[in-house]
Design a protein. Structure first.
Length: 362
């Protein structure tokens, strides 16, 4: 199933969509099969489906999805450019479902179908939806909205995603479209989106704005503004916008690594080092001791800035030994060292001896 991480969508119990359109006076409730007369009526009513998003909803509804005659009737009389956009959405979802949803049925299939629309077909969806962008939401705010569209109970994934895109502020449309296009392209190419679209995610987080700060400074910024009680999305936007373009990409690469590995730091040491970009002369032992003091003063909530600052001040060759020792310390000895400092060195020697030795030599 397509990945639903950073917060882009899932699925119709079809049949209800037709009733929704009927309530709008556009279409009768869609049965599982259509007679010639009913198809003729759909064709006559199709002109009323003025927008691509409505026609795509019609074409993907239960009883119509997979039926080329029915899908064509949904767009009968529409301009060729609109039909092309509708077909792009329909074809993209079909391709994605074939790849990601083999054997899925019921709610599982419904969820996978809507995930396809919001993630793997994001570019096609935005092109079809033509967002009004009259709201105040940012690109980053869009993620939680789309995550809501991923639920199996959503009966019209197209309408759900379109509604989310309408909430965007006009100034956010460019970065959102850039990310959507990248997600679509990477999805169809079989490339993991978090690897293929790092710069686009960075643009989304920062709203297309760049500053002069470096990647390692982002940790301190996030921790500082979080203490003010700001909303997470606002805090992230504020800090990301202060970073250079390179720093934004480095920081997003690290965040995506942690996200892809379910919060585990171990696989993300290289991206943390790349973000900090060690420039100093401090040996590993000093980096480690400085970090312990920093944590004692600032608490664990400041661990990101403590680590990034220490890395920045250290020798490049000491970076990995430092992180190896720090990881062992955090896992096996931190509580002992905090409660009974006299036992700290004993714990480090017993639990982290090899890593402590490697650090001493760096």
């Amino acid at each position: 199933m397509p990945k639903t991480s950073r917060s882009w969508v899932s699925a119709p119990q079809i049949g209800l969509l037709g009733c929704l359109l009927a309530a709008l006076g556009l279409l009768g409730c869609l049965p599982d099969r259509f007679s010639d007369a009913e198809l003729d009526q759909k064709t006559a009513n199709a002109v009323k489906l003025a927008s691509c998003r409505m026609q795509a909803s019609c074409a993907l509804a239960s009883g119509c999805a997979g039926d080329k005659t029915c899908q064509a009737a949904c767009s009968a009389g529409a301009a060729s450019a609109v039909v092309t956009r509708v077909n792009a959405v329909v074809d993209c979802r079909a391709s994605c479902v074939t790849k990601w949803c083999p054997g899925a049925t019921g709610s599982s299939l419904a969820e996978c179908e809507n995930n396809c629309l919001a993630y793997q077909c994001a570019g096609e969806m935005l092109a079809c939806a033509t967002p009004t962008a009259t709201g105040s939401s940012t690109c980053l705010d869009l993620f939680p909205c789309l995550a809501g569209c991923a639920q199996p109970v959503v009966t019209d994934g197209v309408a759900c995603v379109a509604k989310c895109s309408d909430l965007l502020a006009s100034a956010e449309l460019n970065v959102t479209t850039g990310l959507a296009n990248c997600l679509s392209a990477s999805g169809k190419a079989g490339t993991k989106a978090s690897d293929a679209c790092t710069s686009e995610f960075a643009g989304c987080y920062a709203g297309g704005v760049t500053g002069a700060s470096l990647c390692h400074e982002a940790f301190g910024c996030l921790e500082a503004c979080a203490k003010t009680g700001k909303a997470e999305s606002a805090c992230t936007r504020e800090c990301m916008a202060k970073l250079t373009n390179t720093a934004q990409t480095q920081f997003v690469t690290y965040l995506q690594c942690v996200d892809d590995n379910n919060g585990q730091f171990q696989p993300c040491k290289p991206s943390m080092i790349a973000c900090a970009d060690p420039q100093g002369t401090a040996p590993c032992s000093k980096m480690f001791e400085d970090t312990k003091k920093c944590l004692q003063v600032n608490g664990t909530s400041a661990s990101g800035s403590c680590v990034a600052t220490a890395l920045r001040s250290g020798k490049p060759q000491a970076a990995m030994p430092y992180l190896d020792l720090l990881t062992c310390y955090s896992t096996d000895c931190a509580q002992v060292c905090e409660k009974t400092p006299a036992q700290c060195n004993i714990c480090l020697t017993t639990k982290c001896g090899a890593k402590q030795g490697a650090c001493t030599k760096s």
